[in-house]
Write a protein that binds this ligand. Structure first.
Ligand code: GLA
Length: 757
């Protein structure tokens, strides 16, 4: 029998809400008391079934973490509890009872007293038999499991013992229930009224006004809610009130109220927006706090500045394409001295093209001039066997458009890469992910589908802007999205890519499981070697990106099979859990990163993302986004923007255009940061740079601001060092043996330490 936890006050965190309630809410806790068994038998749904021999399990952790290693497929969870009718008596809104079951990896059917009440995140309202195909649904592991029954539903046994049985199917990877809360309660104000911020990002007017539109929405079809909405902004550093405003609220059933605020404040400092809806009828207060984005990076100066990589690898005779990335007041004039024979620069666009026949290293001097000043930079061209001497910087269609990518969207993205100015900071690749393929024709030529009428024309367009283009396939017969893969067509496909002018191939394991269900180390390598051979035969420089989620410790052999980069993890999501678990687990592969060979912890999840036609603004907080870019830059990861570039808001653009941060990612030494310190609350990662300085990331893993202490000895630095804040591009003075830096919740500081000369 499960203990009842009664009178649980305040702070219910679900569906991204922090909700302070004035009224005490009675809940039935489901955090403990679960029984567990792997396998599948529908009779386990029955309340009469005797589960006393089953194991006990914590619902908050994947079953792999609890000793059920590599169990894919079916398993069941069961729990018994009394649901007291006092829940109804105490509730102001009496019509619905909710079961909060965290999240479930991947698919679930939930039975209450033997009857199905929920499936893959959707409530089953009427008596119905279980759908035998429920386990085939994709992507439901992201859904929070909240099943909602009317109080009068016969499936609930009020004041008696109830048995909840959860049938889970894990499609692969980690499996089972995870991510609290686990509880039963009546629904309250927070379940009926929603703050919806998803319609638009924060806007910035000049450098002192921040605007935000959002919607207060009544989800209930019966209840009316009214009262007062207090909105205020606080400095997160000093805690003082910066601004406040009150709005009357009157929400009829199913109505929405739009709120637009405009706050005059310093946009460069972190602050918090607080909302408190004081509801008159229930006496409840619906509280929400969120970080306001803040701009750390100062605008690029009007004088010309040359950004981007300092070194570039190309193979002899391969087509050469490099756009000199430079900022400054237009028009800019570009020139280059000591260009190797075979290359020329367009003085208006800064695009260098041609090809070089002789192996060797050439030091070129790039020059950019405008009406205010001129600047020069050394640029090394290394003609040899290795390409991608710095991690690729670019965009990929997957995290925004998913399978709905099209020629039009790729063209627009390329054009926005230029018009947004990203190209001036070194962003180069425009990569088509899954969803472009049709079939191989009778001669074995791969054909694009109707969304891509002319691949060569598309690639010519992308190249004309000085950008490069990437494509995607699988060594298996089908891609992960179910499109045609390259199995047995490797050479023909590689030739097709080269003939279209492709510069980057992401090669994704997917259905190669059908060819090698339990792959040996050799079987893991084989298909990647095959495609590498085919790519090399084309004579075109094509960045080769392995995607097989880190299997067989790919970082130890990715270079051996010709990979220029390799995914070290499963797919990223725009949540702190996903970001932090991926980002902070990259130490294992650090020593394998080198020029031409990069660990890839997956693409960026900032801006408008969605993995399909419907996009949403990233669920990461502004500070989590600073962590994302800081960590990925330190990790020398390929940086592939995953958002809709037509909706780049000022915060996201600022995040992606800090040249000092990007210079760490692009450092020619190619050394990936290592974890210097790891505690419960913070981490420190550091890497050496070519010029003898050290880039360091301080990361706060907690939900409160934290002073992260740094011991110079841990960084293997003795003596006096200069300290520079890379996000703010400002010098902070000198440090000797120890210093501390305030770091925002889930946020990061990125600093550069230079030894005194
Ligand atoms: C896998 C990859 C993703 C994406 C999709 C496309 O899930 O890991 O990055 O390429 O396939 O179907």
């Amino acid at each position: 029998m499960n203990k009842l936890t009664l009178l649980t006050l305040a702070l219910m965190i679900f569906a991204g809400f922090s909700c302070n309630r004035k009224v005490e809410t009675e809940t039935v806790s489901l955090e403990t008391g679960w029984k567990f068994k792997t396998g599948d038998d529908l009779s386990w749904a029955s309340p009469e079934f005797n589960d006393s021999q089953w194991d006990t399990i914590n619902p908050d952790k994947h079953w792999e973490e609890q000793g059920y290693n590599l169990v894919d497929g079916f398993a069941w969870y069961r729990i018994k509890m009394i649901i007291p009718s006092s829940l109804i008596n105490q509730a102001f809104i009496k019509d619905s009872l909710q079961f909060l079951l965290g999240r479930i990896d991947d698919c679930d059917q939930v039975f209450l007293n033997g009857e199905l009440i929920g499936e893959n995140g959707r409530t089953i309202y009427n008596k119905t038999s279980p759908n035998p195909e429920f386990f085939k649904e994709r992507s439901c592991w992201r859904e929070k499991r909240r099943y909602l029954l009317a109080s009068g539903d016969q499936r609930i046994h009020w004041d008696k013992e109830n048995v909840l049985a959860v049938r889970v199917f894990d499609q692969g990877g980690a499996g089972g229930m995870f991510s609290s809360p686990f509880l039963i309660s009546m629904t309250g104000l927070q379940d009926h009224v929603l703050y919806d911020f998803s319609g638009s990002a924060f806007t910035f007017e000049g450098d002192s006004v921040i605007g935000k539109k959002f919607v207060l929405q009544n989800l209930s079809g019966n209840e009316e809610f009214k009262g007062k909405l207090d909105i205020s902004a606080y400095s997160s550093e000093k805690g003082n009130l910066l601004w406040s405003e009150s709005w009357p609220v009157n929400l009829q059933p199913k109505m929405k109220q739009e709120i637009a605020i405009s706050i005059k404040m310093d946009i460069t400092r972190p602050s918090i927006l607080k909302l408190a809806f004081h509801e008159t009828n229930t006496g409840d207060v619906l509280v929400k706090e969120m970080e306001i984005p803040y701009i750390q990076t100062p605008p690029a100066p009007s004088e010309p500045r040359i950004n981007g990589a300092k070194v570039f690898g190309v193979r002899p005779h391969a087509p050469f394409l490099f756009k000199v990335p430079a900022t400054g007041k237009p028009p800019l004039k570009y020139s280059a001295s000591n260009l190797p024979q075979g290359l020329s620069i367009n003085n208006e666009t800064g695009i260098i093209t041609g090809s070089i026949s002789k192996k060797g290293e050439y030091t070129v001097k790039l020059k950019v001039v405008n009406s205010l000043a001129s600047t020069e930079k050394e640029f090394r061209i290394v003609v040899g066997d290795l390409i991608s001497l710095t991690p690729p910087l670019g965009w990929n269609s997957w995290n925004c458009w998913g399978l709905s990518v099209s020629d039009k969207k790729v063209r627009e993205s390329a054009s926005q890469m230029k018009s947004s100015g990203l190209i001036d900071h070194g962003w180069t690749y425009v990569n088509i992910d899954d969803g472009w393929e049709d079939k191989h024709d009778k001669d074995g030529n791969i054909l694009p589908n109707a969304k891509f009428p002319n691949m060569k024309a598309l690639s010519d367009y992308v190249h004309s802007l000085g950008l490069k283009i990437g494509i995607y396939s699988s060594p298996g017969p089908k891609t992960c999205g179910g499109y045609e893969g390259s199995y047995t067509f490797e050479e023909k496909d590689a030739r097709a890519y080269a003939s279209w002018g492709i510069d980057y191939l992401k090669y994704d394991w997917c259905s190669y499981w059908n060819i090698a269900p339990n792959p040996t180390p050799d079987q893991l390598k084989f298909p990647y070697r095959e495609m590498h051979r085919a790519l090399r035969k084309t004579g075109r420089d094509i960045h080769y990106s392995l995607c097989q989620y880190g299997m067989g410790e790919v970082w130890t052999w990715g270079a051996e099979v010709g990979g220029n980069s390799w995914r070290t993890t499963g797919d990223i999501e725009d949540t702190w859990e996903s970001l932090s678990s991926i980002g902070f687990s990259q130490n294992k592969s650090a020593l394998y990163s080198a020029p031409g060979h990069w660990n890839d912890p997956d693409m960026l999840v900032v801006g408008w993302v969605g993995w399909g036609p419907a996009l949403h603004y990233t669920n990461l907080t502004p500070n989590e986004q600073y962590t994302h870019i800081t960590l990925w830059s330190l990790l020398a990861s390929p940086l592939l923007i995953g958002c809709d570039l037509s909706q780049l808001d000022p915060f996201t653009l600022n995040l992606l255009t800090n040249d000092e941060v990007l210079a760490v990612n692009q450092d020619p030494l190619g050394q990936q940061a290592v974890q210097v310190k790891q505690t419960e609350t913070y981490e420190i990662w550091a890497r050496d740079l070519e010029d003898g300085t050290k880039a360091v990331g301080l990361f706060n893993k907690t939900e409160k601001p934290l002073y992260v202490p740094v011991e110079m000895a841990d960084l293997l630095l003795g003596g006096k060092c200069s300290l520079r804040d890379l996000w703010r591009q400002s010098d902070l003075g000198w440090v000797k043996s120890h210093f501390e830096m305030r770091t925002e919740p889930h946020g990061a500081r990125m600093i550069l330490l230079g030894r005194q000369k």
